[in-house]
Design a protein around this ligand. Structure first.
Ligand code: BTX
Length: 325
């Protein structure tokens, strides 16, 4: 609206000053109550204000929202991200992608949201996805591979994301099997791979990628502040999310095509070069219990191998792992 334009204009011209409610009302030609309502609306859209009694409002930050056009501008891929669905807010991009896949969306379709109100991790855990701060996206792939090989896609994705983060930020992330990307030991990224299958045929694989990009420490809930971090915190720079998305899609498409042509082996070598767990003493917590031992590598299928004290080798298909040293 006109009022809103005038308010934004006043705030962005006076970034260092407090503007009183009355002054803003005069500028915008409305009541003080209307000013307050508009400020509340703007807050919901990601504008941040500081309000001080008797002084008024000061603008702290304007939203860094993306657009589908800006993401695809200069995107150098054949199919990944060519069909891009961009949303301001969704429950979970996995859910949207799942529906699109079910409705036969083409391979390479991508769903991106500025915010997830019910972002998911593995095993129904929550993935915290505050507005404008991260990359919350889901990709639809339709590889013709047997179901047991599907976890390989998580590892391919991890390699692509690490390469893209390296290129765009200069940071050097590490991978913790199977799906965490860490910097300085803190979780920056989570990957969630889900399947749509009919009998023994994969219909689609939905890969969810969550990356804390410009998240400030105060944006994380208390309980994950000690385990989570963001690219901005680690690099002390604001990162261009659109560029990072493009780079991820480009790296990932290359790796995926390489995988379809040459199989998992070349990816396995790259993955191992970024992995922190291999060669270390770890504890793996699975649904059925705990296994302690040395992580000796991953198999061709992306299964983690642990050698316990008795020298017995365990194949770990799914677990949370803790590195002991
Ligand atoms: P995960 O089960 O490995 O990790 C979930 C755990 O990580 C949580 O229990 C919590 O301790 C911690 N956590 C929650 N939010 C964050 C965060 N923002 N940063 C760091 N740690 C956090 C990882 O599951 C897989 C996450 C996939 C997220 C993507 S986002 C796009 C797509 N949509 C969706 O709903 N999920 C995927």
């Amino acid at each position: 609206s006109e009022i809103r334009k005038k308010l934004i204009d006043a705030f962005t011209r006076n970034e260092t000053e407090y503007l009183s409610g009355q002054h803003l009302a005069d500028i915008a030609g409305c009541t003080r109550t209307a000013v307050w309502k508009h400020i509340e609306e703007l807050r919901k859209e990601g504008f941040e204000f500081e309000a001080v009694r008797r002084k008024g409002y000061k603008i702290i930050s304007i939203p860094d929202n993306m657009s589908a056009d800006k993401i695809t501008l200069g995107l150098n891929t054949e199919f990944l991200g060519r069909n891009l669905h961009y949303h301001d807010s969704v429950e979970s991009t996995q859910k949207n992608a799942y529906k699109l896949a079910y409705d036969n969306a083409e391979e390479g379709t991508v769903v991106i949201a500025e915010e997830q109100t019910a972002g998911r991790g593995r095993m129904d855990r929550k993935w915290h996805s505050p507005k404008y701060t991260g990359i919350w996206m889901s990709l639809i792939l339709r590889p013709k591979i047997p179901i047991p090989k599907a976890p390989q896609l998580t590892l391919i994705t991890a390699v692509g994301v690490v390469q893209a983060i390296e290129e765009v930020t200069g940071l050097l992330p590490e991978i913790k099997w199977p799906n965490d990307i860490l910097i300085n030991g803190k979780k920056i990224t989570g990957i969630l791979t889900e399947l749509q299958a009919e009998s023994d045929r994969i219909n689609s694989i939905i890969i969810g990628i969550g990356i804390n990009v410009n998240t400030g420490i105060e944006d994380f809930p208390e309980d994950i502040r000690t385990i989570a971090s963001s690219l901005a915190i680690e690099s002390e720079k604001i990162i261009d999310r659109e560029k990072l998305i493009r780079t991820i899609l480009e790296k990932l498409e290359k790796l995926y095509l390489l995988y379809l042509e040459k199989g998992f082996f070349p990816i396995k070598l790259m993955w191992e070069s970024y992995a922190i767990s291999i060669g270390k003493q770890i504890t793996a917590r699975t649904l059925t219990g705990e296994i302690k031992g040395k992580a000796t590598g991953i198999t061709e299928d992306g299964v983690l191998l642990i050698e316990d004290l008795a020298g017995e080798i365990h194949n770990i298909y799914s677990a949370d792992i803790q590195i002991e040293g």
